[in-house]
Design a binder for this molecule. Structure first.
Ligand SMILES: NC(=O)c1ccc[n+]([C@@H]2O[C@H](COP(=O)([O-])OP(=O)(O)OC[C@H]3O[C@@H](n4cnc5c(N)ncnc54)[C@H](O)[C@@H]3O)[C@@H](O)[C@H]2O)c1
Length: 317
């Protein structure tokens, strides 16, 4: 299979590309290496995670329809995994128009071209943030997601609606995965695990939002990759599915494990909840489980892997 991975220099995309190549798929990446966080980390992911791999990479922007059309024509993909996006809930409140352009227009460009090029399956990243302040836990795909509280969440919900339109009218197979707080080696510097690890190592305080009264289904990147491949292979008509770890963890427990693995106490700076943030995101993962997927990594192991990577990567810098 020849597979387009958009956002393939990103945290999840680079790990996914590696797995696909290892099992014999041909991978083509499109990524614009934007500077939302240090693009050097994206270049280093390509250099390290995809070391000794054969793949094609285009440094292009998914907002550019004509350029995408050229790439689709030349490469003749079988399937698409669309992960490129402006990420970050808090930042989206500052740059809502940019989030709309990339996440909505960019995604529609790709769906449009997927129809025109008879793509067999279009898998795309949605997010647990679509649930907004949903009070009922765990979050189920049957719950209403009509009240997002950040531009980022609203763009993700919009892509789900558009996928529905493309599936029903143009028979494009689509599956949207609502990722729940992904973590692991080569992770994003704007996410909690990265910031906490950095500050604890550097003896700086860490900002603990909502006074630590947050809970999450933290999901290890390898589990995200295996779930994404499960739906990529399944060629479902039109689905949206949660993908998250199988254990609800509080933020304070998460910090305890980081302290334990680093061997140092954090200086907690307890803060109110930030605009756009959701206090609890806990996933009902029964729908994806029915396809045979199971998450296998608990936070003790996953955080240790992250800290080992972090120390090695930043020591070498
Ligand atoms: N990491 C998480 O916890 C999480 C949770 C929910 C959803 N998601 C979704 O998963 C996907 C991957 O997230 P990630 O954590 O790997 O983020 P990431 O920022 O590391 O990866 C996204 C990649 O997309 C690229 N990109 C952004 N705009 C682009 C554009 N206009 N054209 C081409 N490339 C562009 C970026 O350069 C980046 O390499 C995103 O769609 C994100 O919204 C992630």
């Amino acid at each position: 299979m020849k597979i387009l991975v958009t956002g393939g220099a990103g945290f999840i995309g680079s790990n996914l590309a590696r797995k696909l190549i290892d099992r014999g798929d041909e991978v083509v990446i499109i990524d614009n290496f934007n500077d939302y966080y240090n693009p050097q980390l994206k270049r280093d992911r390509i250099k390290n995670i995809l070391k000794d791999c054969k793949f094609e990479i285009y440094e292009d922007d998914i907002r550019n329809y004509d350029r995408l059309a050229e790439i689709f024509k030349k490469e003749k993909f079988n399937k698409v995994v669309h992960l490129a996006a402006m990420v970050g809930v808090r930042n989206s409140l500052l740059e809502a128009l940019l989030y709309e352009e990339v996440n909505v227009k960019g995604t529609m460009n790709l769906m449009e071209l997927s129809v025109k090029n008879k793509i067999e399956n279009f898998v795309y990243a949605s997010s647990s943030s679509v649930y907004g302040n949903n009070k009922k836990v765990p979050f189920s795909e049957m719950d209403s997601v009509d009240s997002p509280i950040s531009p980022y969440a609203a763009t993700k919900k919009t892509t789900e609606l558009m996928a529905n339109v493309y599936s029903h009218n143009y028979k494009l197979n689509t599956t949207g995965l609502r990722y729940f707080t992904v973590y692991g080696p080569w992770g994003r510097p704007d996410m909690a695990l990265f910031k906490f690890t950095k500050n604890i190592i550097e003896d700086k305080p860490i900002d603990v939002y909502n006074y630590g009264k947050m809970s999450r289904n933290f999901t290890y990147v390898d589990d995200i990759v295996s779930g994404t491949i499960t739906v990529l292979d399944a060629n479902l008509k039109c689905e949206v599915m949660n993908i998250g770890g199988d254990k609800e963890e509080t933020l304070l427990r998460f910090i305890e494990v980081i302290e334990d693995k680093i061997g140092k106490k954090a200086k907690n700076n307890l803060m109110p909840i930030q605009p756009g943030d959701v206090p609890s995101t806990v996933a009902d993962i029964s729908k994806l489980r029915k396809l045979g997927w199971v998450p296998t990594t608990q936070i003790e192991e996953g955080i240790e892997n992250f800290i080992d990577w972090y120390k090695k990567y930043y020591q070498s810098k």
